[in-house]
Design a protein around this ligand. Structure first.
Ligand code: ADP
Ligand code: ZN
Length: 440
């Protein structure tokens, strides 16, 4: 086990503060390498590039990336399981799969070099938010196929923190570990963290914890959820973004500023496109994130349409890192609900609910069809005190929630207030939406 010394007190690797121009030159050099690597070693890419009339030699400047056809989730499905691998199987030292939130899980493989790069990227992120050798890091993520388990584990271990591979579930034990071992940093999905918070409160240990840092990712969450988690655990909470097709976590992460996620341009070529036309968008314009990993040996992916909606934020960050920042993910295009012609992301609903103090931490969105009309019902847990209070208060709260949702979504919703504990708790990614329309 190698424990590296950090580049300086401030950064894990010197690449984090590489001058922009050098970073762009490095991107071009690596882009040319990866296009050739894919062309020479993956039949699928060779065919697609030939069909598009593009040869690796045609990639001469960064803008030439636009000549390359997109890769989609469908390409993964069609080449399941190993069809997109670019190295012989004996070079692969690890397999993971995506969570399968939408469709068949994608299989991803890593060479020893890929793992080394990935571990350092995750370490870079964790170091950036202040995780150090003296930390006790409890990783409350699924350790099986999910990349957030071993991926985050290895990164924290590389920094030299004491890592507790807690996994998911048995939440009472998780909380006791936190209290008994003096855990200082945690990682989980934000929805699971909300459940852990609930159990910590029930056990009465919420004010006996030594936590400082929380890293939450793998699903969308809102600024208001951040506030709740920060208050409940007395931590600073950071957004972690990644996807299995791009290694896993470690693609983009918030820094101390908590204002946008640095996305690591030395390992990923970043584009934002109009999801309808595929045309590139410029800084500040909202669209779909398209990523090309620049160093992956086992599984090169050219211009991958992530389905995640975000935008590139203004340059310059007080932390000194030169890599661009993306806004927290606004939603995934395949998560978008269309109700009566209006686009709704569950994260918008979350944003509204979490700013209403009487509303609990858990909710569910149910969509039904009544004749030809779509109905959207938001089931919301309310705090215990309210259920023992006046009926009048409940009615007032219901109307308030309805009004706030209407303001944000431009859509009338039914709001159903339910008792705490009614909605199923998630251990990994929360299933917020129950779409019953197809079944009618
Ligand atoms: P799946 O696509 O099956 O859920 P993954 O486990 O690889 O499989 O998850 C990657 C996806 O999770 C991303 O494409 C994105 O939609 C979502 N995701 C990951 N991190 C975040 C985050 N911090 N905020 C919002 N969404 C996220
Ligand atoms: Zn920064």
């Amino acid at each position: 086990m190698v424990i590296r010394m950090a580049y300086s007190e401030l950064y894990w690797q010197k690449e984090e503060v590489m001058p922009k121009k050098e970073l762009e030159e490095l991107q071009l050099k690596r882009l040319r390498w990866v296009v050739r690597h894919a062309y020479e070693n993956v039949a699928h890419y060779r065919r697609k590039l030939k069909e598009a009339g593009v040869h690796p030699d045609d990639i001469k400047k960064r803008e030439d990336i636009a000549k390359i056809p997109f890769t989609t989730k469908k390409d993964f499905a069609e080449n399941y399981p190993f069809g997109l691998f670019a190295v012989p199987k004996e070079e692969i030292v690890r397999l993971h799969t995506s969570s399968g939130t939408t469709g068949k899980p994608k299989v991803v493989g890593y060479t020893a070099n890929d793992l080394e790069n990935w571990i350092n990227l995750v370490a870079r992120c964790l170091y950036m938010v202040g995780v150090r050798k003296h930390d006790i890091f409890q990783n409350m993520a699924n350790y099986a196929f999910f990349t957030g388990g071993l991926g985050i584990h290895d990164g924290a271990e590389r920094i030299g923190a004491m890592v507790i591979p807690a996994g998911v579930g048995n939440t009472e034990r998780q909380v006791r570990c936190m209290a008994d071992f003096g855990t200082t940093a945690i990682h989980s999905t934000p929805s699971y963290a909300l459940h852990v918070k609930e159990v910590a409160e029930e056990l009465g240990v919420d004010d006996k914890l030594s936590l400082r840092i929380g890293c939450f990712g793998a699903e969308p969450w809102s600024e208001n959820t951040r506030k709740r988690l920060e208050d409940a655990f007395n931590i600073k909470a950071f957004d972690s973004y990644g996807l299995s097709e791009m290694n896993g976590p470690g693609v983009a992460f918030e820094c101390e500023e908590q204002h946008g996620l640095h996305i690591w341009a030395d390992h990923y070529f970043i584009e934002i496109i109009d999801p309808q036309t595929g045309e590139p968008l410029s800084e500040g314009e909202k669209g779909e994130l398209v990523l090309t990993p620049l160093t992956k040996e086992a599984l090169p992916v050219l211009r991958y349409r992530t389905g995640d909606i975000t935008y590139i934020m203004d340059d310059e960050c007080s932390c000194g890192r030169t890599h661009p920042k993306i806004h927290r993910i606004l939603g995934r295009s395949d998560d978008m609900i269309i109700v009566r012609g209006i686009n709704v992301f569950p994260s918008q609903i979350e944003h509204v609910l979490m700013q209403i103090p009487e509303v609990g931490d858990h909710f569910q969105v149910v969509i039904t069809r009544n004749g030809t009309l779509d109905e959207i019902t938001v089931r919301v847990e309310v705090r215990d005190e309210l259920f023992t209070g006046e009926l009048f208060d409940l009615q007032r709260l219901q109307q308030k929630v309805q009004r706030e949702l209407q303001k944000e979504l431009g859509l009338r919703t039914n709001v159903e207030l339910v008792e705490k504990g009614t909605i199923e708790r998630s251990k990994g990614k929360a299933k917020r939406v129950l779409d019953l329309r197809e079944e009618l």
